[in-house]
Every structure is written in structure tokens, then in C-alpha cells.
Design a protein around this ligand. Structure first.
Ligand code: TXA
Ligand code: MG
Length: 318
């Protein structure tokens, strides 16, 4: 069921049930982070491997003191500057949080979402919310309540509808490796903004073998039909235009039917492109087509996170 009743959402969460919640990045599938049974249910519903840890969401930054050992100075600084917002920090956890949430890691991923409904909900609760994105594992992340319902309606008692996500791409994940700030997932907060606040950061390229953050798994955010990245004009020669979808940055291409094409941002605005990205992929994936051709965007600002999601959607499993 979809609705906007935060009291109902609160009651369900207190009873150990799951609730899908809106955030500014993507919708999350939330449970009481201190309730192991409820957290296990997230893994079951998402069909998520138990080695892939969950992000813990708080309403107030001070609440992290309940479950982390210490907060490095740079993390404190980033939190003060960017939270609530599309940033997730990896911090050393204490025993208050079970290993199920962090998949056995001594670190917990923490974030404070910037969404009025979810903020209200978090303030009504006496516990933080563990929540991954509210999609079946490996599929495109949801940016509307409808997206969540299309795939998980039967299995989630309540979907809190906060409208379309204003950022539309997941949070940036940052941790500290021997004290060096390191980005594990490019996301809604740009590297430029982070470096402006704390100086140079390292970026860990994703790998399929030993994922530090399993969001680094190469094949992820993927539609059902194959997606290829490159110059559309060149890629097109290998496909039947009527059976081809196009995910274009600024403008459609001539030979492919207009209904099979999505433009991310006519004006070349990265924020608008990020907001439209996952909905665009879902739309094209829902048509009866053979392939989706996607054009990379300029590799700067939010464009980096957009290209990262396109590349992962293009990576075929196995
Ligand atoms: O924007 C977001 O971050 C959204 C909204 C709902 O908050 N959440 C989200 O969650 O994208 P999820 O589970 O789809 O992706 C979180 C990523 C996963 O790849 C996970 O492996 C990584 O964060 N992660 C979580 N806890 C971690 C930990 N303790 N150490 C390393 N990576 C962690
Ligand atoms: Mg996800």
C-alpha cells in the first residue's frame, strides 16, 4: 500500500515490519536497525546477499554516538557541512549494532537523508533505520513510490510516498583508509564539493573480486535488456532502430522512433539528468526492445556518478 501516513509507518516499524521510505537520493527499504529479525527481512525481500551491508539512517547527527566508537575530525567536518544530504560515511561501529547490518564489517555506513517526510518519521522513532535501496538486488534503484510498488508491493506492508526523489542517484560513500578519505561509491554529493571541504580524496575504482563496498560490484543498477554505452550513432549500426532504445544526454537521434528515446536533460544540466536517469532506464526497460544504447555524459561533477551508473548497468553478469 502507498500512502503518506507517517504515524502508520512508525507503528509498522516499531512492530518490526518493513516500510519503504522516500529520500532525496532514491527510495529505501527500511527496518529498525536494532532489530535483527526485521533487518534479516530486508535481505530476504530484496533477495540481497548477506555479505552486502546496509546503510543506517539517522534523523539527527548526534544519534550516531549510540552506535559508533569514534568520529574522525574530517568526518565530523563533512557531517556538519553536508548533512542532511546525499553523503554516507563509513565509521567504526560499537556492539549496539549487530553484524547483520554491517555484514560482519567493523564499520557502519551512516547517513542523514534530506527528505521532510523521512526526517519527520526518524524524529518520531527511538531507533535508527537500516535501509538499502528499495529494489530487488541488482535492478535499477527506485526514484518514485510507484517504482517501489511495481516490484515490491506484495512484500512491503507500506510505502511512504514522498514524491519523486530530488537528486535521483544514490549517496556518495566515503570512508577513511589509514586516515585517507576515500570515496567508495560516486553519488549525489560531488567529489569537487567534498574536496572543497576537506582537501584531496582518494577514489577506489570498483572491482568485482573483492568489493570493499558491494555497491562497487560491477554489474548493478541493471535493466533486464542489455545496455551499451558509447556514441549512439556508432553503436546504432549493429542494431535494428525500431528495436532499439536510446538514453541520450541532450538530444534524440534521428533514425530511432522518438517513443523509444529518453533525453536526460535538454539543457545539459547534470542535476536534471541525474533526476531522470533511473526513471528513464526503467521506462526503456519496460518497452519491448532488444537493447538500450546510452550516451556517456561529460566526466565532471554529478556527471561522474551518472557515468558510473551507466557503466554498471552495462556490465553483464558472469
Ligand atoms: O542514497 C543511498 O545511499 C540510498 C538511500 C536509500 O539511502 N541507499 C542505498 O543503499 O543506496 P544500498 O544498500 O543500495 O547501497 C549501499 C551501499 C552498498 O553497496 C553497500 O555495500 C555499501 O553501501 N555499504 C553499506 N554498509 C557498508 C559498510 N559497512 N562497509 C562498506 N560498504 C558498505
Ligand atoms: Mg542499491
Amino acid at each position: 500500500m502507498i500512502g503518506t501516513d507517517i504515524q502508520h509507518a512508525k507503528n509498522l516499524l516499531e512492530a518490526g515490519e518493513l516500510v519503504a521510505i522516500p529520500t532525496e537520493t532514491v527510495y529505501g527499504l527500511a527496518a529498525n536497525a536494532y532489530n535483527d529479525k526485521a533487518v534479516s527481512e530486508i535481505f530476504r525481500v530484496k533477495n540481497r546477499p548477506s555479505f552486502d551491508p546496509l546503510i543506517v539512517h539517522v534523523g539527527r547527527w548526534e544519534q550516531v554516538a549510540e552506535f559508533v566508537v569514534e568520529i574522525p575530525e574530517q568526518a565530523q567536518h563533512l557531517a556538519a557541512r553536508f548533512m542532511p544530504g546525499p553523503l554516507t560515511l563509513l565509521l567504526p561501529k560499537n556492539e549496539r549494532l549487530s553484524d547483520i547490518v554491517t555484514a560482519g564489517s567493523p564499520q557502519v555506513a551512516v547517513r542523514m537523508p534530506n527528505h521532510y517526510l523521512t526526517q519527520q518519521l526518524l524524529h518520531l522513532l527511538s531507533f535508527p533505520l537500516a535501509a538499502p535501496s528499495a529494489n530487488p538486488f541488482g535492478y535499477i534503484s527506485p526514484t518514485t513510490a510507484r517504482h517501489v510498488a511495481d516490484q515490491l508491493d506484495e512484500q512491503v506492508p507500506y510505502i511512504l510516498d514522498g514524491g519523486a526523489c530530488t537528486i535521483g542517484i544514490e549517496s556518495t560513500i566515503l570512508g577513511f583508509e589509514n586516515g585517507t578519505p576515500t570515496i567508495y561509491r560516486k553519488g549525489g554529493l560531488t567529489i569537487e564539493m567534498i574536496e572543497d571541504a576537506i582537501g584531496p580524496v582518494a577514489v577506489k575504482p570498483y572491482s568485482t573480486s573483492q568489493p570493499q563496498a558491494p555497491g562497487m560490484l560491477q554489474s548493478h543498477y541493471a535493466p533486464r535488456i542489455p545496455l551499451k554505452i558509447g556514441a549512439i550513432g556508432e553503436l546504432l549500426s549493429a542494431f535494428e532502430p525500431n528495436r532499439t532504445g536510446v538514453l541520450a544526454f541532450r538530444r534524440k537521434v534521428p533514425v530511432v522512433p522518438a517513443a523509444n528515446q529518453v533525453v536526460l536533460s535538454k539543457n545539459g544540466d547534470f542535476a536534471e539528468a541525474a533526476r531522470n536517469l533511473f526513471a528513464g532506464m526503467r521506462y526503456l526497460d519496460g518497452l519491448d526492445l532488444d537493447v538500450i544504447l546510452a550516451e556517456p555524459v561529460p566526466e565532471m561533477g554529478l556527471g561522474r556518478a551518472i557515468n558510473d551508473r551507466l557503466r554498471r548497468a552495462a556490465a553483464q553478469e558472469g
